[in-house]
Design a protein around this ligand. Sequence first.
Ligand SMILES: [Ca+2]
Length: 138
Amino acid sequence: MDDDCCYRPCESIGCPDGWAEDTTTGTFYEYKVLKDRERNWYDSRAECQRAGGDLASIKTSEEWQFVKGLLPNHDVWLGGSDAEEEGNWVWTDGSPVTFSVWYQTGTGRIHNCIAVRSERWYDNECSLNRYAVCKIPA
Ligand SMILES: [Ca+2]
């Protein structure tokens, strides 16, 4: 339960669509979907970093509910990878992937990055081009 206690979409307090607050830390984040064009996972990450954030990590079901609502009907990268150690999924901030909504994993060494399709996650080749979602601290 504690994992789900502390997350608040912030339209209600007057910040823009696509923003939310982690109320545990009081940090506001902008979730920005990169849909100007498709990029591979690494280029997507670089683009998010240029914007001052990183590819999105999804820590709780509440956060996923929020982010899911922002996504277009198109394959999208998230900031999770098991490229360092097969089967050991970590977010770009180094934290382990604990919450997840996989519908497919386990395709091994060539599929090392988390993508979203139809509101579920799958692992795919990081070199493929997709939209992406950045998570940018305000
Ligand atoms: Ca893998």
